[in-house]
Design a protein around this ligand. Sequence first.
Ligand SMILES: [Ca+2]
Length: 169
Amino acid sequence: MEAQPEPMPLPMPEQAASPEAAAPAANGLYGEYFSNMQLSGSPVLMREDAKLDFNWRQNSPDPLLGIDFFSVRWSGLIKPEYSETYQIYTTSDDGIRVWVDGSLIIDSWTKQSGTERVGEISLSAGQLYEIKVEYYENQGDARVRLMWESASQSKGTVPASALFLPAGV
Ligand SMILES: [Ca+2]
């Protein structure tokens, strides 16, 4: 009997060869924009936002929306660098609420101008946690920013490198 020929390794596409293939591919969060303040009905705009650091002032995020009375839901995953308690901060005009890993850590669904809020959660380095941010603009100025801080990390906007689109987007 002849020896079985060595099987030829097939060239694999880059993605299939990587164990990370199932992981979210792109950085940022997935934004659904609604032309009302209640996140109700179908979003009029869906887009990827690399990070949440917007100051729309008295303008609109997009011509599809008005300058007032809109709302946005961002969803995706957040990956911390350290195993520590994190402070999650928002600055928003107007209302905001933030869930991380299913916990509502900031709950400020109210009319307000440029107010900072903070919530706290313990996270483990390198793990992907679900994050959801809901926001609405009533009238006048509109802004929203998502920041974080921990013992090893100074306060700053959560960078795109720590944010991932939800699966299936
Ligand atoms: Ca406002």
